[in-house]
Design a protein around this ligand. Structure first.
Ligand SMILES: [Zn+2]
Length: 276
């Protein structure tokens, strides 16, 4: 019996379509659509910044089994997608940011140093963008594994309903929040979320680094003026300056990572925090 179970397990595992993605929320999306027909490997582990990530040899090994790679348009892919393709020529690389209009990075910085010319890669903080990504993912899964088409289509439909429900919950949470309301974050990861819901994201980070004392003083003034009631940070970055600012104003530091696996819950919680 034990042997039979073990054999069954091996067969089931062998049947799963091997897929690789760059960041954790993409794993959530692929699993929602593919269910047990897919096995997903994530390149950037939780707690690491995808902006400065360097794939390890274990990552390259995992890629040797993958049939599909879902890129999202984050920095490390620029340098590495070519090498991933060379390491596994049979793997199809799918760009899930295709068809998504990118925003300029640091769209509304709270400081003076705007850095222009780069695009905000955090596309998945917008439910509208995730709808587009979901279709791209489902199409690629069906193409790679036609026998699973019915399951992938059902998975897509269910996920699209979840995306709509998430959007409605966010809108309900922000009902009393005036258009153009500002929220302050350490790392500007929520630009698409802000755009979709008529909010303005103020970033503390200056060119990817902690603000210097003078910039921090300016941020404290801005936060006071804009009646900011919480600073949003994520564990991928130091929260030293966020804490200093929060202490100066007697407000809270709240942790929200755009890399959270429970995508829907994370976004609705963020909306509730901003609305409070
Ligand atoms: Zn980021």
């Amino acid at each position: 019996m034990k042997t039979l179970l073990f054999t069954l397990l091996i067969v089931l595992q062998a049947a799963a379509l091997e897929v690789a993605v760059s960041v954790v929320p993409q794993q959530t999306f692929v699993q929602k659509i593919g269910g047990d027909r897919v096995h997903v490997t994530v390149m950037v582990p939780l707690g690491s910044s995808p902006h400065s990530y360097e794939p390890k040899s274990a990552d390259m090994k995992a890629l040797s089994k993958a049939a599909l790679y879902f890129a999202v348009g984050i920095e490390f892919e620029e340098a590495w997608l070519g090498r991933f393709g060379d390491a596994n020529p049979k793997m199809s690389i799918i760009r899930t940011d295709a068809g998504i209009e990118k925003m300029e990075a640091h769209h509304e910085a709270a400081h003076d140093d705007h850095d222009h010319g780069t695009h905000d890669p955090h596309i998945w903080t917008s439910p509208a963008n995730v709808r587009i990504m979901a279709h791209t993912i489902a199409d690629a899964l069906i193409k790679a594994d036609e026998a699973g088409a019915a399951q992938y289509k059902a998975g897509l439909e269910a996920f699209l309903r979840e995306i709509d429900a998430t959007d409605e919950t966010i809108r309900a949470a922000l009902k009393q929040t005036p258009k153009g309301a500002k929220f302050m974050v350490f790392h500007p990861a929520w630009g698409y979320f802000a755009r979709d819901y008529g909010l303005i994201q103020l970033a503390m980070e200056v060119e990817g680094k902690e603000p210097k004392p003078k910039a921090l003083m300016q941020l404290i003034e801005t936060a006071k003026k804009e009646h900011i009631h919480a600073i949003i940070t994520q564990k991928e970055f130091s929260d030293r300056s966020a804490r200093a600012l929060a202490d100066a104003l007697g407000i809270d530091v709240r942790h929200f990572s755009p890399l959270h696996s429970d995508w829907s819950h994370n976004l609705t919680q963020l909306a509730q925090t901003i609305a409070r």
